[in-house]
Design a protein around this ligand. Sequence first.
Ligand SMILES: O=P(O)(O)O[C@H]1[C@H](O)[C@@H](O)[C@H](O)[C@@H](O)[C@@H]1O
Ligand SMILES: [Mg+2]
Ligand SMILES: [Mg+2]
Length: 290
Amino acid sequence: MSDWTDCLDFGVSIAKQASETVLAAFLLQKEVQLKSSPADLVTETDQRVERILISAIRARFPLHRFIGEESVAAGEPCVLTDEPTWIIDPIDGTVNFVHRFPFVAISIAFTVNKQTEFGIVYSCVEDKLFHAQRGRGAFLNGEKLQASGQEDVSKCVVVTEIGAERDDLALSTMTSNILRLLQLPVHGVRALGTAAVDMCHVATGGADAYYHIGMHCWDIAASAIIVQEAGGVVMDTDGSDFDMMSRRVIAASSTSVANSIAQVVQAFPCRRDDEDPTRCVCGAAGVKGV
Ligand SMILES: O=P(O)(O)O[C@H]1[C@H](O)[C@@H](O)[C@H](O)[C@@H](O)[C@@H]1O
Ligand SMILES: [Mg+2]
Ligand SMILES: [Mg+2]
């Protein structure tokens, strides 16, 4: 049975190569386009990095499939099959990239039979390479990672994101979630602006939990296995099993902390990543899925 290490090694090498494109543009003025909201940005660099990654992988592994953030934005389907699949976020933290806020990452996950075999998150400006392979541990620049193991939510630093949604229901839900957490209390709430790197800090033990509603599979597919392989727990915000297409996630140091967060965090309606956008409604006013 393949252990996919050759794919992992190739993924690490192309993430580092593609980061040169990110860094070359990082300090430059950027042309910005909007996607689902005034805070959901994309630049030509996001699109170019995704093309670089996918063409390099396709040349080496021509039968593999892809789910790429900017390919999906351009109309490609977001459907996970049993085939070997690369799930790519070419720049996670595009708002940070546009503003030169130094937390931007390339996120690459690899699944076979819908099971994640490895995840790579490369925080380009920090030069921090997080990776994990199923059953073989999680690492930061080659050093093994271990989650904090914290069991008491009142002793936690919790990371989250406000996300790109700007409708009243999403904003009131997200801000009231933060308020309820602070009232538990927790030691602190943080947000770096990149879901992938946020979640990797649970694997380092520097944060004890991360939760998010509204992100996409490409934001967190790689960091989910990195947390799990560091001894952390990943689940849905309703306490059910993690489903990378659901657009809801809790990653935590322990099951008890994850459950404590699931009890106070509420979700707002989001179209699943793998739902047909032409056939569903979601959001407060039943607005066509965004
Ligand atoms: O920067 P991208 O890849 O768009 O991902 C971000 C997402 O768009 C935001 O909604 C989240 O708040 C960020 O944490 C993601 O990193
Ligand atoms: Mg992203
Ligand atoms: Mg992105």
